[in-house]
Design a protein around this ligand. Structure first.
Ligand SMILES: N[C@@H](CCC(=O)N[C@@H](CS)C(=O)NCC(=O)O)C(=O)O
Length: 215
């Protein structure tokens, strides 16, 4: 297999998920930064690679894969150990529902392009945008805590990290960046702490990537 290439931005939480998954699977890869703040994702060159103009994008096995969850499921099927989605259908559905609650119901509302639209097209103040951000994170994390707590153990589900933790850690990083109080979510805080102690998660952290890039 030639070395996979991850089109990445250090602070992108969707790309952060894929960095974690690649590390958990032990897949050596190259990272190619796409500077979202400079608008590199909107360049014709990048659109030719990913018509959505979003990171992450993974070049692997001759494919160009987009959408972080789709990429992670590919990695999970291609490199089955350690499994990121439980093989049991009901457990697997539970883990996917936790992951999707983050990836589909929290993250897209607070994405760079959404915040930028609120700012430039809707003329919303910093205060209004921060309030928007926190509202959706708090609503989402409150539901996630209730969904996860009955079946959580060391991680969001069980004693090994799963797709749910892979999505949780970047979301918690974002919540902290925007000063969302996390005390109401003890299960999420516990799983996040446990995951961050693992080298695969630590190596994917935005601060670590920024350091590597000399930012
Ligand atoms: N559903 C997509 C979301 C990807 C996404 O929203 N990426 C963000 C960074 S986290 C991005 O590229 N934003 C560029 C922009 O907003 O212009 C996925 O999971 O891959």
């Amino acid at each position: 297999m030639s070395r996979p290439v991850l089109h990445d931005y250090f602070r992108s939480s969707a790309a952060y998920r894929v960095r974690i998954a690649l590390n958990l699977k032990g897949v050596e890869h190259e990272r190619r930064p796409v500077n979202l703040l400079e608008g590199a994702q909107r360049s014709p060159e990048y659109h030719a690679l990913n018509p959505q103009g979003l990171v992450p994008m993974l070049e692997i096995d001759g494919h160009r894969l987009t959408q972080s969850l789709s990429i992670i499921v590919y990695l999970d099927q291609r490199f089955p150990e350690p499994p990121l989605v439980p093989r049991d259908p009901a457990d697997g559905a539970h883990v996917r529902s936790l992951a999707l609650a983050i990836a589909c119901d929290i993250h897209p509302l607070n994405n760079l392009r959404v915040l930028s639209y609120l700012r430039h097209e809707m003329d919303q103040s910093q205060e209004a945008r921060d309030s928007w951000y926190r509202h959706w994170v708090i609503e989402g994390l409150t539901a996630l805590e209730a969904m996860a707590s009955p079946r959580a153990s060391r991680f969001l589900f069980g004693d090994e990290p799963s797709l749910a933790d892979v999505c949780l850690v970047p979301q918690m990083f974002n919540a902290r960046r925007f000063h969302v109080p996390l005390e109401p979510y003890p299960t999420l805080v516990r799983a996040d702490e446990a995951a961050q102690k693992l080298p695969a998660f630590a190596a994917a952290h935005p601060d670590r990537i920024a350091e590597e890039l000399g930012l």
